[in-house]
Ligand binder design. Sequence first.
Ligand code: 13P
Length: 256
Amino acid sequence: MSKQRTKLVVGNWKMHGRLADNAVLLEAVAQGVRGLQGAVKVGVCVPHPYLAQTQALLAGSPVQWGSQDVSAHEQGAYTGEVAADMVAEFAATLAIVGHSERRGYHHESADVVGIKAERALAAGLTPIVCVGETLEQHEAGLAQQVVGGQLDAVLAKLSPADAARIVVAYEPVWAIGTGKSATAAQAQDVHAFLRARLAQKGAAVGAVTLLYGGSVKPENAQELFGQQDIDGGLIGGASLKAQDFLAICSAAAAAL
Ligand code: 13P
């Protein structure tokens, strides 16, 4: 039962950052990650305007970068939207899709999230597909039903070969930015459920990287990442502080 999947830790900066602050953070992360000697894959998903800066500062480092969203459209008259191909032009490799803040505030349906995952893949990006239940759904015992439905909507759009290229992040909405992480056992339960659901599409799909997100901190990261089906984390607030983010990356290495 030992896990052979490598760990992945990705920072989601959300709508934070300024050029000067980013430079300090990115340089510290690039430097700190060298100490991990490749044991853990690390990435940062930055606001679109900072992709060029991120590329310039991280090129040649082991840290990957990407966006927090891509458009469901390839190109065209969609004011304010950013296409996956545009993100890829900055040598990005990652794109978060279906974050609960986009599903919630921007009314993205499960179907749209599936199309975004397709667009990211077509542009050569790895979509980090976020799924998660609200507090209300959690309390009603609907977590598996909700995340299963969100995952199915994405898998329905992808061939088994493409589905094997995604990353899935379980982010319970009630744990995001609240300081109240899911317990390691709660997260593991949902991850095991998601992995079984993925495996129905083929063995390679069952082996995709499954991240946990929601109030991951240096103090709880190692226990979370030590769970059988938790392959790393998607980190919000703590990814804005180099020291905390690097401590979380080290916890991932320690959980291997
Ligand atoms: P926090 O780590 O700030 O709870 O955010 C989690 C998240 O939404 C990452 O995508």
